[in-house]
Design a protein around this ligand. Structure first.
Ligand code: NAI
Ligand code: MG
Length: 341
């Protein structure tokens, strides 16, 4: 089979370790991607003075497909999130985050998908300070916006996703009791779009705070969730917690100009360099990337091999095991070879 050109960004913190494990499991699948490796993140900023070099943007512009490790963003000050810039540069408007139980914990049957609006809301970076007296930063102000067109597009994406993946319900999560305009526009568009799917996909509505409580009590009542940028960010980590933690949650950033696949988690500086990060989330992201390019059999083999490895008791410390990131990767690579094609 021909290799598909794609860009690879190792990223910061645990990025290199987990990416090595992912490359090891792509090997027995015949290395489906011809990767161009490019820098980004804090590492690129420190070595080249630019957290998102032109050569990286140029590569993704050509390949329109990328697998990306986590990127560190300075908190409070410093350069703007490279993740957010990548989403804007390639109009990656849909952030799709499927979450499934592999290792039963508190819940054994979580299977839901968050479709997060990825470009607007409070993430548009329009922030400023207002001075009062001799305090130049007396008031912090952020302006968020959600366009009707983008709300329609993301809800449409969620419904089409539900149809394509045999799902039954789309739940729109909002805060239109308080943010009547900012999140009300999403709710209005959800109601409008849902009409075309009547009898096939049901629309449910939840206010975000109540939704978090319901997710923690009984996640099985949810199927596909569509929501704004900030709520989607928060709910994704919460949902990752329902299936054993951030080590299990992959994400796809789908856009009109490109698609970028990554883990939901960040660069985990607290465990970086120790060889104990869980590479499953990035492996599952590679699985979503295989699905995206039509290699669905390979994607399923990868998912089956990950599950088989965990069931066999080979687990990284966050799963309660002692396997290193590299050991886990080698075990999944071995399991892939044992699955009949
Ligand atoms: P984080 O997701 O990096 O870590 C949160 C906690 O989860 C930590 O205790 C970490 O050790 C653990 N964890 C995360 N991934 C894990 C894995 N694969 N295996 C085992 N444990 C794992 O979030 P945090 O600490 O808030 O952010 C660290 C940096 O990552 C920040 O600079 C942040 O901006 C960045 N970040 C980047 C993202 C991206 O590139 N898409 C997404 C989220 C955060
Ligand atoms: Mg997040």
């Amino acid at each position: 089979m021909t290799q598909i050109p794609a860009t690879l960004i190792r990223g910061d913190g645990i990025g290199s370790e987990i990416m090595e494990a992912v490359l090891a499991v792509l090997e027995p699948l015949g290395q489906p991607f011809a990767f161009e490796e490019r820098p980004a993140g804090l590492g690129a900023f420190e070595s080249q003075g630019d957290p998102l070099p032109d050569e990286t943007l140029g590569s993704i512009g050509r390949t329109k497909l990328a697998l990306k490790g986590p990127l560190t963003t300075p908190v409070g000050a410093g350069f703007r999130s490279v993740n957010v810039r990548l989403r804007e540069a390639f109009s990656l408007y849909a952030n799709v985050r499927p979450c499934r139980t592999i290792l039963p914990g508190r819940f054994s049957d979580v299977d839901l998908v968050v479709v997060r609006e990825n470009l607007e809301g409070l993430y548009v970076g329009q922030e400023h300070w207002i001075p009062i007296g001799d305090d130049p930063c007396a008031v912090g102000v952020a302006t968020g916006f959600n366009t009707r067109a983008s709300c329609r597009r993301i809800v449409q994406y969620a419904f089409d996703y539900a149809v394509a993946h045999n799902r039954r319900t789309v739940t729109v999560v909002h805060k239109a009791n308080i943010l009547k305009v900012l999140t009300g526009v999403l709710l209005q568009e959800a109601r409008a779009v849902a009409k075309a799917y009547e009898g096939r996909i049901a629309l449910e509505e939840r206010i975000v705070d109540a939704c978090t409580m319901q997710l923690v009590l009984d996640p099985s009542q949810f199927d596909v969730i569509v929501t704004t940028n900030l709520f989607g960010d928060i709910l994704s980590d919460l949902i990752a917690g329902l299936v054993g933690g951030l080590g299990f949650a992959p994400g796809a950033n789908i856009g009109t100009e490109a698609a970028i696949f990554e883990a939901v988690h960040g660069s985990a500086p607290d465990i970086a360099g120790q060889g104990k990060a869980n590479p499953v989330a990035l492996m599952l992201a590679a699985g979503l990337m295989l699905d995206h390019v039509g290699r669905t059999t390979d994607a399923q083999r990868l998912r089956d091999a990950i599950a088989a490895t965990i069931v066999a008791g080979i687990r990284t410390p966050d799963m309660g095991g002692t396997a290193s990131t590299a050991d886990f990767g080698a075990a999944v690579a071995q399991a892939i070879q044992e699955i009949p094609t």
